[in-house]
Design a protein around this ligand. Structure first.
Ligand SMILES: [Zn+2]
Ligand SMILES: [Zn+2]
Length: 263
């Protein structure tokens, strides 16, 4: 059995859990360890039993508690070489995870704890941002957040997923009419920022295949999106290509999702 739960999603902090029959992974550690522990325990899952941590990139909302938690727990951390170099420049992480680092190469698959993990490049304005394709017990997950454009590579990895976790950050009209400065609006939209609902729709249409079971929309903006808008956009895109049966879930920002399980 494999399981997935989102513990927090968005610029307030990101943390996701994927487990198989014996092991488990945390992807990103952007909220406090005490909160992660408490939220997991609500599902009967012990944070201390988690096998390893994957990191997507070095923005604060993805690494906030990584250093303090790993320094204390000595959990192995997996990421790219460039990511680890960048993390050494972050006060909260620097010097705290050195002995626990495990280097992953983009496009290469690493087998660990019953998971096969393949990082792949996505465009974003951090030092080195990756998505992850993760397979275990016959289930294929693709995780990609903080992705400025639906690139061919992103579409390729999305097209191999049974369960797709993908950013749907903003509604374009809400962003344009919203409170952000012109500079910030431009940064979000410049191809290395975040994915708009209509870009997520394009990605879904280009990558859809009949094996796709679930789409989890993540990293929704608090100011420039609503779960209803993001879901409606993705639903329309999936319906147009024959994906009417795909389960679609907008992951909540401040709290956990429910726990999703597959045999
Ligand atoms: Zn982020
Ligand atoms: Zn980011």
């Amino acid at each position: 059995m494999v399981r997935f739960v989102s513990l927090s999603s968005g610029s307030n902090g990101n943390c996701y859990y994927i487990g198989n029959s014996e092991s488990s992974i945390i992807i990103d550690f952007g909220i406090g360890a005490r909160t992660v522990k408490k939220r997991l325990s609500g599902f009967g899952i012990d944070l201390d039993a988690v096998s390893l941590i994957l990191v997507s990139h070095d923005h604060w909302d993805h690494i906030k508690s990584l250093g303090t938690y790993v320094e204390r727990s000595h959990k192995p951390v997996y990421g790219t070489r460039e990511l680890f170099q960048a993390l050494e420049h972050h006060f909260s992480v620097s010097g705290r995870i050195r002995s626990e680092r495990h280097i992953l190469e983009k496009g290469q698959t690493t087998a660990v704890c019953g998971f096969s993990i393949t990082p792949f490049e996505v465009p974003h304005d951090a030092v080195d941002t990756v998505g992850y394709h993760i397979c275990s017990e016959g289930h294929r997950f693709t995780f990609m957040t903080d992705i400025g454009a639906p690139t061919d590579e992103a579409v390729y990895y999305a097209s191999m997923a049974d369960h797709l976790i993908v950013e749907s950050n903003y509604d374009l009209q809400m962003l344009l009419n919203g409170p952000y400065t012109p500079e910030l609006k431009a940064r979000i939209r410049n191809g290395h920022g975040h994915l708009a609902n209509d870009q997520t729709a394009v990605l879904l249409q280009r990558s859809w295949h009949s094996g796709l079971q679930d789409v989890f929309l993540c990293h929704l903006s608090e100011h420039n999106n609503t779960p209803a808008l993001a879901t409606a956009s993705a639903r329309q895109a999936l319906d147009l290509v024959g994906g009417n049966g795909v389960r679609l879930v907008a992951l909540p920002r401040q709290e956990t999702s429910r726990l999703f399980e597959w045999d």
